[in-house]
Design a protein around this ligand. Structure first.
Ligand SMILES: Cc1cc2nc3c(=O)[nH]c(=O)nc-3n(C[C@H](O)[C@H](O)[C@H](O)COP(=O)(O)OP(=O)(O)OC[C@H]3O[C@@H](n4cnc5c(N)ncnc54)[C@H](O)[C@@H]3O)c2cc1C
Ligand code: FES
Ligand code: FES
Length: 1488
């Protein structure tokens, strides 16, 4: 066995000897093995001298059969890479196997030695799925599927840990699933999480041989106990009055013929719970667990005849059952109500822990190369020896800091030492109960995994009670510390040694007076008090040759009057780094005088910092006195007097949090010590209950196939990891990988580019840039060609592509790209809309809308008619798409004729083909652009995906080798543009009764450095600023701004959410200005049929918004809840609630690109009756392929699984429009129908001859023998539409939109006024989707879009530094909603009846199956959360005497916790005020 030679390039250790000198003897004496021995999915593997740069994910993804584990971010923030480690554990002499979900993207490969790695492939397959995989698929928990394997694996760990094989008992509660943070490390951008939770909850009462364990109260946590009492009181795991939906029946189920979950809600309910709905409105699916689920013959179960080539009679052909993704039986339906059948869960059929691993003896390991070496000592002595020999060796515990540094800060550590398997460091043993009682301190092993630590804290707190308050505080911090996968491996030692100023644990340890125990070979064991440990930013007193071994945390005596608490505020509650984090300890004497005080903050200085002035000032003071409180608040604002431009920004908010947290502590401690009456409302933080909610699953218009709740056809493949995305496609022979060279400046002249250093690196093959193609070919653009593929002479935004290095591996290509040296000459950058307006940098647009008096230029006259006029400027931030699969492409050149196969994760095959043709000079007919599926698109891959395929095509043509690229998350966020930030400068005039009279607005969007679709986005914004309201006089102007940020682009809604947001903001301002109820104002101005929009589209008989509002108002009990909210706000000083009910209409069609409103499809029937379908649409998770197959199956009269569609490609469908504008089903569906109609016509004689029940295989074969063409090309162009801008002639004007998809939502929120934290108590959403082709998919779109909209309006905030660098470049800094952000009660329904209960038909629609596009429309309704929050803070302002007059206050979107807190208008806010000094700039820039 060849052992590695220590790298000569390693940074010099403090002692003068080289790495080779010092480490070679150790390697030879101790580290004799380089073999990592482990199991993967039950198979033993020995890896000799592994690639030292690889994480576990790199290894897994290099295996051809393990592509299910995905790379979504590489920084532990999305969970797409989750795998489960099975590791043995011996606790109190008992053997146990634990299942740990971990982030493979961070986990060091060396750490799997002696463990069993389970990936998504290991637990099931399409043929034999694991119940989890089956249930997530059947309950529609997977859309694009890129997040799904990771979520499956997180749940897998949970489900497996829930089973005790010794007692044969299974214990899994709703609380475990939702409230214990098992899913907090997983993100999904598509589903809105609800169906995933529902699938997980089907395991709650899995009846395992009658052994079902009741949920027991947890220890010591009062809230937890209360919640459990509530659960028990309510009779099952659901806090709603409805059934929890457990298979096998819930105690609340109404007696029924099956064990279904028919919920019947009582009529009167508290405001946060669903109220009674009629059966029609709320008819949940029936869930059944069966040993052998049944097939639905209209969906699955076709037998195909073996191909018959001759004149053989088809009826004599041998039947075979083909394998399709639908092999697992799918749901059926009973009278329009879906019936979902699952296979039973039998835990003892699970993958077992390999028995040999029980006896596994870890050996010291060492492997690597001349750049990097890994050591894995197995004892503390070995580690100390190593550290002594080579002090700068990097210790690696959970790697959650180290791997992020490697990946994103380019720090690679020449010598890395894995310490997490050293028993002395990872095992905390607590004293026995009696000794624990009298213990003066708790000693924790430094590298105890945080999940274990959480359990230890709970346990000790339960035993010792308040004496162990410090552990309860630590547990509280750990609960919201990173995600579960990180907590399963990360350590306190790692947190402490990193010395991050925003560490969550360090303030607690410091406040508690903890002592660190360190160890070095030279000094032996020694103490390091925490109080002196942090000396500067990420610098500590730990000597380089020492390691942390233990943490000693003192416990007060039972008689001591001491309180210790911890607090944290982050942008998102789950899995987020703190903005401010704090821990406070006070000790009082018997008279209530402060003897000792330690107030510690994180996030307020370069280190975790004690508040020295406040601490000193407190000693000797009477704690429970308002003077002490006031004086301490003053001292704190002096201790943490942040300047306006402080690094990290948010100076005023951070300072306010500093005071607010202390304010809370003061109340909490006083209450805890029983010092007197305090306002306990101050103490309570926002907690969420278990989520509930329903879909009105009943579909009265269900047909044989169309209208059924068929799961996404790829769902099962996505759940088992078999669904293939670009980066999963098998490696090609001689394949190369691209690495992009990106600008590090926002605006600069390029002085020189030196790529020679890259070419010298191992594996690098070549480099391309602007000089690789002609000047003309270098210019592209989706609508206007105005942007270079490669920067030419100048860079115009941070992250712009300058060139591409290609190499044998992706890591080599990325290293090559980093080695390219670019010299810049910086130029001033325009970043914001305000700056663009000032500099007058606009893209040409020139469109405006004029209605009424505006047509003749008489808006002054219109305003003169108004009783009141209000004006304002409203801003709305952009939004990062954050599709889970980053942009990826693979170009495979053929040796012949210049042909190329171009696989791309794109919504736009046609433009991909067109521009690949442009840059290669190969005609389009030799370029087959293809897409099978995307891991999400949301508009972000409509145009911005195009360049990547082009870069690869240039390199592929040059090298005659396949080239592949998948962007890293940070590259994708830098490069690919976002939703447009907008600004509206508006003026509105109304009558005193509240009728809109005149509206004038200048709208600006921040387009970035190139035009892309900024003009079209502006058009849609301008045509949605009316939302649902009639205004007789309107003058609207749009200005797309040109700036030095990435080129902003399409994003679900495409300007409409911004327009409708402005409309609703204006309505709120009017209501507030007139003192009128907002709901009354809305109704007063609501369109009625016959009204005209500002672009002269007539409101027609399809106008259902009033119905939606009325029905939702009733079903959500809106009026009563609105009263209850007002009462709540009267009574509560520190929490406020808000509620709103907002309507929307969304125009369907490519509005201003008429030519795109066309589609084609190609349908072929084979001898065996199987159908191959191609259409121009692309699948990004929205279920388009499923709907198209349903339409074809319905039209051709065949079972769904006889129709197959594999991909979308330009060789089958020429000139396909991008899949966008929610028109995928409308356009392609009609084209599919057209093709089927043609074939049906040709088959009609054979149907007549063979009988109407004859299977298609018989009909097709007969037709074939008769030389009938069994293939048809369908085509459809949208009729009627074709608005021409400026046309005001009511006689001739054509509609801009084919129809409106309409909807309404009501949301209720609660805000913690001290922190700005909030929760959504309840949302009810109702959409008019016409006759849904597939309600399950449409509910998925409704819920997913709503949550995406909620993120847009409340949480997601892109930030730039003042020099134009995008700061928010990954899940660590950019937060999208997670599992715990969804409304606690979330009801979704579809409009089906008029107010008299008569069914609506939508026959007038002339869309396919009278359905409506639904992808984008519900997104805007996420703004109901924003407007409810606005109501809540408005109530707070009124209480605090702050103004709420229009123009004198405003809340811009997104309503982040910072904005909400700063809007409260209270005294703490004033006390914490941060004054901006002359010329001082804020650290971050928002560009709206
Ligand atoms: C997605 C994500 C979310 C996060 N969220 C949070 C959060 O909410 N709150 C928070 O505070 N932190 C958070 N972190 C930071 C990080 O997870 C913690 O700091 C964690 O405790 C680090 O532990 P580790 O074992 O993974 O450290 P590693 O990455 O293994 O090591 C970190 C440092 O500690 C050193 N080290 C490790 N063990 C020892 C030892 N025994 N003696 C001396 N030095 C040692 C290493 O050499 C290294 O310098 C997050 C990180 C990520 C990636
Ligand atoms: S890829 Fe590992 S967490 Fe995102
Ligand atoms: S299905 Fe979860 S990200 Fe797409």
């Amino acid at each position: 066995m060849a052992l590695p030679i220590p790298p000569q390039t390693a940074s010099e250790p403090p002692r003068a000897r080289s790495a080779a000198d010092t480490l070679t003897p150790l390697i030879e004496s101790t580290y004799k093995s380089s073999d990592i021995t482990f199991y993967v999915n039950g198979k033993k593997t020995v890896l000799s001298n592994a690639n030292p740069h690889w994480t576990l994910l790199d290894y897994i993804r290099a295996q051809p059969n393990l592509k299910g584990t995905k790379l979504g971010c590489g920084e532990g923030g999305c969970g797409a890479c989750t795998v489960v480690l099975q590791a043995p554990e011996i606790l109190s002499g008992k053997r146990r196997v634990k299942h740990l979900a971990v982030n493979a993207c961070l986990f060091p490969l060396v750490g799997i030695d002696g463990k069993h790695v389970i990936t998504v492939e290991g637990i099931g397959s399409v043929e034999k799925p694991h119940p989890l995989q089956e249930r997530i698929a059947k309950l529609h928990g997977s859309q694009c599927g890129f997040c799904t394997p990771g979520i499956v694996m997180s749940l897998y760990a949970l489900v497996r840990n829930a089973y005790n094989s010794e007692t044969n008992k299974f214990h899994l509660s709703e609380r475990d699933i939702e409230l214990e943070g098992h899913l907090d490390g997983n993100l999904c951008r598509c589903t809105g999480y609800k169906p995933i939770l529902q699938a997980a909850k089907t395991f709650i009462t899995e009846d395992l041989q009658g052994q079902l364990v009741e949920d027991l109260p947890g220890s010591g946590d009062a809230k937890l106990e209360k919640e459990i009492v509530d659960l028990v009181r309510n009779g099952c795991g659901s806090t709603s009055k409805g059934s929890c939906g457990r298979p096998g029946g819930c105690c609340r189920d109404a007696p029924s013929e099956s064990s279904s979950a028919n919920s019947k809600s009582p009529a009167s309910t508290p405001p946060t719970e669903p109220v009674a709905m009629s059966d029609e409105e709320l008819t949940p699916a029936e869930l059944e667990v069966q040993k052998q689920p049944e097939q639905d013959s209209s969906i699955s179960g076709t037998a195909y005849a073996k191909p018959v080539k001759s004149k053989e009679d088809a009826s004599g052909a041998i039947e075979v059952k083909t394998t399709t993704a639908l092999d697992a039986p799918l749901s059926g339906s009973k009278h329009g109500i879906p019936v979902v059948q699952f296979q039973e869960y039998v835990p003892d059929t699970e993958l077992i822990f390999p028995s040999v691993l029980w006896k596994f003896e870890p050996r010291p390991l060492c492997y690597g190369n001349d750049k990097k070496i890994w050591f894995r000592p197995t004892t503390l002595d070995q580690l100390l020896e190593l550290k002594d020999a080579y002090p700068s060796a990097k210790l690696v515990g959970g790697a959650s800091e180290v791997q992020v540094e490697i990946r994103f800060k380019n720090s690679d550590f020449a010598i890395s030492v894995y310490v997490s398997d050293i028993p002395e460091l990872k095992r905390t043993s607590l004293p026995a109960e009696a000794a624990l009682e009298s213990a003066k301190e708790i000693v924790l092993a430094a590298n105890t995994p945080l999940t274990e630590l959480e359990a230890i804290c709970k346990d000790v707190y339960a035993k010792l009670g308040k004496r162990a308050m410090v552990l309860e505080a630590l547990r509280k911090q750990l609960r919201y510390f990173a995600g579960r996968q990180i907590r399963n491996v990360a350590s306190l030692a790692g947190n402490i040694a990193t010395a991050s100023p925003i560490s969550d644990a360090n303030p607690v340890l410091l406040a508690a007076g903890a002592t660190l125990v360190a160890h070095s070979k030279e000094k032996g064991e020694f103490d390091l008090p925490m109080s002196d440990f942090f000396v500067a930013y990420r610098t500590t007193t730990l000597p380089p040759d020492a390691v942390l071994t233990r943490i000693r945390i003192p416990l007060p005596l039972p008689t001591t009057r001491e309180v210790l608490k911890a607090y944290k505020q982050a942008k998102r509650k789950d899995d987020d780094i703190a903005i401010v984090t704090a821990s406070f300890r006070i000790r009082l004497d018997n008279a209530g005088i402060v003897e000792d005080a330690c107030l510690v903050y994180g996030g307020m200085a370069p280190t975790t910092k004690t508040a020295s002035k406040a601490n000193t000032g407190l000693i000797g003071q009477k704690w429970f006195s308002s003077e002490t409180l006031d004086a301490t608040l003053t001292a704190l604002s002096e201790d943490f007097d942040l300047p306006f431009g402080v690094p990290g920004g948010m100076a005023h908010y951070r300072k306010t949090l500093t005071l607010s947290m202390f304010f809370r502590f003061w109340h909490e401690s006083a209450a805890e010590l029983g010092l007197g009456e305090v306002d306990t409302e101050v103490i309570d933080e926002i907690h969420r209950a278990i989520s509930t909610g329903a879909r009105d699953d009943y579909n009265p218009t269900e047909q044989r196939v169309v209208g059924k709740q068929v799961p996404h056809l790829s769902a099962l493949k996505q759940c088992t990891g078999e669904a293939e995305y670009i980066d999963d496609m098998p490696r090609m022979d001689r394949e190369l990988f691209g690495g992009l060279v990106l600008s590090t400046k926002a605006h600069a002249n390029i002085v020189s580019v030196d790529w020679e250093p890259a070419l010298e690196l191992p594996g690098v093959i070549g480099y391309i840039d602007k000089d690789s193609i002609s000047k003309e070919a270098n210019i592209w653009g989706s609508i206007k060609k105005d942007e270079p593929f490669f920067a030419d002479g100048k860079v115009l935004h941070h992250g712009q592509v300058i060139g591409m290095v290609y190499a044998e591996t992706a890591l080599q290509a990325q290293a090559g790209a980093r080695a390219v040296k670019v010299v810049y000459e910086e130029l001033p950058a325009v970043l914001t809309i305000d700056e663009a307006i000032q500099a007058e940098t606009f893209f040409p647009h020139g469109k405006h809308l004029k209605k009424g008096l505006a047509i003749e230029g008489n808006m002054d006259e219109a305003f003169a008619k108004c009783d009141r006029v209000f004006e304002g400027t409203t801003r709305m931030g952009g939004q990062e798409h954050f599709y889970l699969e980053t942009n990826a492409a693979l170009v495979i050149p053929s040796g012949e004729d210049g042909f190329m196969e171009v696989w791309s994760s794109t919504q736009n095959n046609m433009e991909t083909q067109e521009f690949v043709s442009q840059v290669t000079g190969v005609p389009s007919n030799r370029i087959n652009a293809r897409v099978k599926r995307m891991g999400g698109g949301f508009g972000g891959k409509e145009s911005r995906s195009v360049p990547f395929a082009c870069y690869l095509a240039i390199a592929a043509r040059k090298e005659k080798r396949p080239v592949r690229l998948m962007l890293n998350r940070d590259e994708d966020m830098l490069l690919s543009g976002q939703r447009h930030p907008f600004q509206a400068r508006w003026k509105v005039g109304v009558s005193k009764e509240g009728k809109l009279v005149a509206l004038e607005a200048d709208l600006y969007d921040n387009g970035g450095f190139s035009q892309d679709m900024s003009g079209a986005v502006m058009d849609r914004c301008m045509t949605h600023i009316d939302n649902c309201y009639e205004c007789p006089n309107a003058y609207l102007r749009g200005f797309p701004c040109k700036t030095n940020i990435h080129s902003n682009t399409a994003f679900r809604g495409f300007g409409a959410p911004q327009g409708m947001y402005f409309a609703e903001t204006i309505m709120y301002n009017v209501a507030e200005g007139l003192g009128m109820d907002i709901d009354e104002l809305r109704l007063k101005n609501m369109y009625v049929p016959g009204n005209w929009t500002p672009f002269f589209q007539k409101i027609d008989q399809d106008w259902h918004v009033p119905l939606l509002l009325e029905q939702l108002r009733r079903s959500s009990d809106y009026d009563n809840r609105k009263t209850a909210v007002a009462e709540f706000n009267e009574k509560n000083r520190w929490r406020k609630r808000g509620i709103c009910l907002v309507p929307s209409k969304f125009g369907l069609s490519f509005a201003t690109a008429l030519h795109l409103n066309q589609a084609a499809a190609y349908v072929k029937i084979y001898h065996d009756g199987s159908v191959l379908l191609h259409h121009g649409g692309t699948e990004m998770g929205q279920g388009l392929y499923t709907k198209m197959c349903q339409i074809a199956a319905q039209e051709l009269g065949v079972p769904l699984d006889s129709v197959y569609t594999q991909d979308s490609q330009t060789y089958q469908i020429a000139n396909a429009s991008p899949t966008a504008a929610s028109s995928g089903s409308d356009l392609n569906g009609m084209a599919v129908k057209n093709a089927c109609d043609q074939i049906n016509e040709r088959l009609q004689p054979f149907r007549e001859k063979l009988g109407k029940d004859a299977p298609l295989r018989a009909i097709a074969h007969a037709a074939y023998l008769d030389r009938v063409n069994l293939a048809a090309h369908g085509f459809w162009k949208m009729p009627r539409v074709g608005y021409s801008w400026g046309d005001t002639n009511l006689e001739t004007v054509k509609p801009m939109y084919y129809y409106w998809t309409q909807g309404a939502a009501a949301s209720e929120v609660e805000v913690d006024l001290l922190t700005g934290d909030h929760t959504v108590l309840r949302t009810d959403i109702m959409m008019d989707v016409g006759n849904s082709i597939n309600p399950a998919i449409d509910y998925g779109q409704i819920e997913g879009a709503f949550i995406q909209g909620q993120g847009l309006f409340t949480m997601e905030e892109s930030l730039w530094t003042t020099n134009g660098q995008l700061f928010t470049r990954g899940p660590g800094t950019y937060k999208i909603p997670g599992f715990s952000d969804i409304p606690q009660v979330f009801n979704a329904s579809m409009l089906r009846y008029d107010n008299e209960g008569k069914p609506l038909s939508w026959n007038h629609l002339r869309s396919v199956q009278s359905s409506k596009g639904i992808g984008e429309p519900p997104l805007f309704l996420g703004s109901t959360v924003f407007f409810a929050l606005r109501e809540a803070v408005k109530a707070a302002r009124v209480m605090n005497g702050a103004t709420v007059a229009p123009g004198e206050w405003k809340l811009d979107s997104p309503a982040t916790s910072e904005r909400l807190r700063l809007a409260v208008g209270d005294e703490l806010l004033k006390k914490a005020e941060v004054k901006r000094k002359e010329g001082e700039k804020s650290f971050f820039v928002t560009v709206s």
